[in-house]
Design a protein. Structure first.
Lengths: 164, 387
């Protein structure tokens, strides 16, 4: 397992080295954004926590432990949001969360990575990335404050806030 | 343990005495056994604040790890002095009665005692002390996560933020005068910079997406942080005011917790680009990153020691978070604390602070001794330490 991770990373570095003329400036592989499009500017006074954002209209998109890919099972939820966004001229804030396991700062980054993964999936469904904002709360504000796999599975999520 | 091979060797430490009253004091010679702490005795301190100051001094010397407390008849160094509100003076004498260190201070006796303890540690061992350092951490006693600061021993604890939102991820500048943290009062994760002397607070990072994990560079001119404005949570370096962000990493993973080398040339951070999170090292000015081989499959929250020789971080073993230390250049890493989160180094590159439950703990990596320094501010997380 560990060996696989190490050898994968070595492989990535080796591949990177082959292409190094292209990009000496960055670590990792060239061109490797989750989304090719930078986030749009924030809308002043509007956030996932503000009254101007409606939460709970869509089911949260759930993730595996330490994972940040939208699984095929969760894809219909993304499609439902996409079809709503095609009908209605509303912007959306995607809020990423993790379960309580794991250290705090890593969880903040992981929650953001999950929100970006849903942003990417929505843009594949034809939604303009300029209508999507992201935020990560890491392990804060669990959907289920209990401990154990049942609660954790509900907490590894991206919630959807619709800007009114 | 590292010293066991050397423990048979004695060496002589020459100490330059502080000349007092124009008198030329003889240079005291103290013979100590390497690897064993110098024994220091503290006589009852005089003055109104004497008993309290004496307790702080004894605690400082004990927590230093470099010195140990003893009785006057078996000590190499004996300290006497007096403390009153607004003044503290003390003298350390060796066995021949020669002055090792003699000092007078004005101001808060507690701060003065810490300053004397650090000077004594530095005089006797040549190493930097930790007694005058400051710490910061998150506590949730009020029902919200807020930032607190305190002396390294938990004294003078003070609630710094009253945001009533989510205030987390504090980092202190190496000189302890500035603090960055991640605050959610805008509804997004933004980075605030507080000048601890003036109290002035500025929101320095408020890009779209996440702004977090801000760490001030050793020279105070730059901030390393995690931003996602370009579409992935990646490591960036900005100016101290949050301008001119430069992206350093470029992977599909979640990247977090950048920590500076003492010369400000390199950063170590955590990334899960290969699956489970691992530690990577990258030049702070841009360049190719490389994986650090820790021997562990899940590594987060790295903190680079002030002497540049080691990095402390969390590992996940069987569902438990442990603290490991990697000696750079001579790995693999070893676990030093069986249960604890967010280790950070003190100025001596010997002690760690870490969080566990409602406690903030000071840990000596040489003796493995652990002391709880905070225990009454709710759940504790994410400590930071000045250098």
């Amino acid at each position: 397992m560990k060996k696989t991770v190490v050898s994968c990373c070595l492989l990535i570095l080796a591949l990177g080295a082959c292409k190094k003329v292209q990009n000496q400036e960055y670590a990792g592989v060239d061109g490797d954004y989750v989304n090719g499009t930078p986030l749009p500017p924030r809308q002043e006074g509007v956030s996932f926590l503000s009254d101007s954002v409606q939460k709970g209209q869509f089911a949260p998109i759930l993730f595996g432990f330490d994972r940040a890919e939208v699984s095929p099972n969760e894809r219909p939820k993304v499609q439902e949001i996409a079809s709503f966004m095609r009908r209605e001229n509303r912007n959306v804030i995607l809020a990423g969360f993790t379960d309580e396991r794991g250290t705090e700062e890593y969880n903040r980054a992981l929650g953001e990575r999950r929100a970006q993964a849903v942003r990417s999936a929505l843009s594949q469904e034809g939604v303009s990335p300029a209508r999507l904002q992201t935020v990560s709360f890491g392990l804060e504000m669990p959907a289920d404050p209990a401990h154990g796999e049942n609660a954790w599975a509900k907490n590894r999520r991206v919630e959807v806030g619709v800007v009114r | 343990m590292k010293f066991s091979a050397l423990s048979g060797l004695c060496f002589t430490l020459l100490i330059v005495a502080t000349p007092s009253h124009g008198q030329e004091a003889a240079s005291p010679v103290i013979t100590i056994r390497k690897g064993t702490a110098v024994v220091v005795a503290v006589k009852e301190l005089g003055g109104n604040a004497g008993p309290a100051a004496g307790a702080v001094l004894k605690n400082d010397l004990q927590l230093s790890g470099a010195l140990s407390l003893g009785e006057a008849d078996n000590a190499s160094v004996v300290v006497s002095g007096s403390a009153d509100p607004g003044s503290f003076s003390a003298a350390a004498l060796d066995k021949t009665g020669a002055v090792v260190l003699k000092k007078s201070y004005g101001g808060d006796p507690r701060r003065a005692v810490h300053a004397f303890a650090d000077e004594l540690v530095e005089t006797l061992t040549g190493s930097k002390g930790i007694a005058t350092s400051r710490v910061a951490f998150v506590g949730n006693r009020t029902g919200h996560k807020e930032i607190y600061t305190a002396d390294y021993d938990g004294g003078n604890a003070y609630q710094l933020t009253h945001d009533q939102a989510i205030s987390v991820a504090p980092h202190l500048s190496p000189d302890g005068h500035r603090l960055t943290y991640t605050g959610y009062q805008s509804g997004y994760a933004d980075v605030y910079l507080i000048d601890l002397r003036s109290g002035a607070r500025n929101r320095v990072l408020k890009f779209p997406g996440i702004n977090t994990g801000a760490a001030i560079s050793p020279d105070g001119s730059r901030i390393a942080c995690t931003l996602s404005k370009d579409g992935s949570p990646a490591i960036y370096v900005t100016t101290i005011s949050g301008d001119s962000p430069r992206r350093l990493t470029r992977s599909r993973g979640a990247e977090s917790s950048p920590t500076w080398s003492p010369d400000g040339a390199t950063l170590i951070y955590a990334s899960d680009e290969g699956g489970a999170p691992q530690l990577f090292q990258v030049p702070a000015g841009g360049g190719r990153g490389r994986l650090l081989n820790t021997g562990f499959g899940y590594c987060t929250e790295p903190d680079w020691s002030p002497d540049g020789k080691r990095v402390a971080f969390n590992v996940r073993v069987g569902g438990t978070f442990q603290v490991a230390v990697l000696e750079l250049g001579s790995g693999p890493a070893r676990v030093v604390i069986g249960a604890g989160e967010n280790p950070v180094w003190g100025p001596d590159s010997r002690h760690l602070l870490f969080a566990r439950g409602t406690g903030l703990y000071l840990f000596d990596t040489v003796s493995s001794r652990e002391n709880r320094v905070i225990g009454d501010l709710g759940k504790i997380s994410e400590p930071a330490w000045s250098r």
